[in-house]
Design a protein around this ligand. Structure first.
Ligand code: HEC
Ligand code: HEC
Length: 184
């Protein structure tokens, strides 16, 4: 009988201890790590409007979108392949390329452009040969082959596309200065 009481007392004591332990586990403040708070928000870039004039800085390539805003890229321009020369804006402008140049390789070993535009090949392909300037070195000496500084054609010549100008400009052709339209 006495043993039974002892047994119950021990069991109760154990149960209490277990409860106290779990209560401590659940609610104890102690050193228990708290669920981490979300990291502080980074300064929102879109707030560039609040930056005043600096935020409204215009960059033509961004097409007027403030620097803090993500711009929607315009669709790629379509390369025109019409064999139509465009007027040169000034006498020494490298003419734009009136044909597509997809896959035309220009590297150390071969120059696809010169396949047609070299003086000797021009007749075969009915392409205008590169002008003498392309054979001149920086001391104006004429070389037998295209000058290294004119070797990478796309440095200066670009294909014609239907892209609209990104910014307006007030450039005046020298001819319109020589012969200004009559004013009344
Ligand atoms: C398959 C031959 C061929 C190849 C290769 C070729 N072209 Fe042409 N190119 C021509 C022909 C032909 C013309 C004359 C206009 C036309 O028919 O499109 C021309 C015209 C041009 C013009 C215009 C010249 C002017 O007076 O307005 C430029 C600039 C030009 N090509 C640059 C290039 C460049 C740069 C490459 C290499 C990336 C190249 N071409 C590759 C055949 C070629
Ligand atoms: C450093 C810039 C530059 C490079 C590189 C260059 N060109 Fe030119 N190119 C010009 C300029 C400027 C003109 C117009 C004035 C002149 O003829 O020098 C021109 C003119 C031309 C013309 C018209 C020639 C004519 O008589 O009307 C053709 C065709 C041409 N280039 C093809 C090429 C090819 C092909 C290459 C590559 C092998 C090339 N260019 C590399 C600047 C360059």
């Amino acid at each position: 009988m006495r043993n039974k009481t002892l047994l119950i007392a021990t069991a109760m004591a154990l149960a209490l201890a277990a409860m106290a332990f779990s209560a401590g586990w659940l609610f104890g403040s102690g050193e228990k790590p708290r669920p981490s708070a979300p990291p502080p928000a980074l300064p929102v870039a879109a707030a560039a409007d609040d930056l005043g004039p600096a935020g409204m800085q215009l960059d033509a390539i961004r097409r007027g979108v403030p620097i803090g805003r993500e711009a929607v890229p315009p669709p790629l321009a379509r390369v025109e392949n019409a064999d139509l020369k465009r007027v040169r804006a000034y006498p020494m402008q490298p003419p734009t390329i009136p044909h597509t140049i997809d896959g035309y390789q220009v590297d150390k070993n071969s120059n696809r452009c010169m396949l047609c535009h070299a003086r000797v090949n021009a007749a075969t392909f009915q392409a205008p040969p590169v002008s003498v300037t392309h054979y001149m070195d920086r001391d104006d000496q004429f070389l037998a082959a295209v000058s290294p500084r004119r070797y990478f054609c796309n440095q200066c010549h670009v294909v014609q596309t239907d892209a609209k100008p990104l910014v307006g400009n007030a450039f005046e052709d020298v001819d319109s200065l020589l012969h200004p339209p009559a004013k009344d």
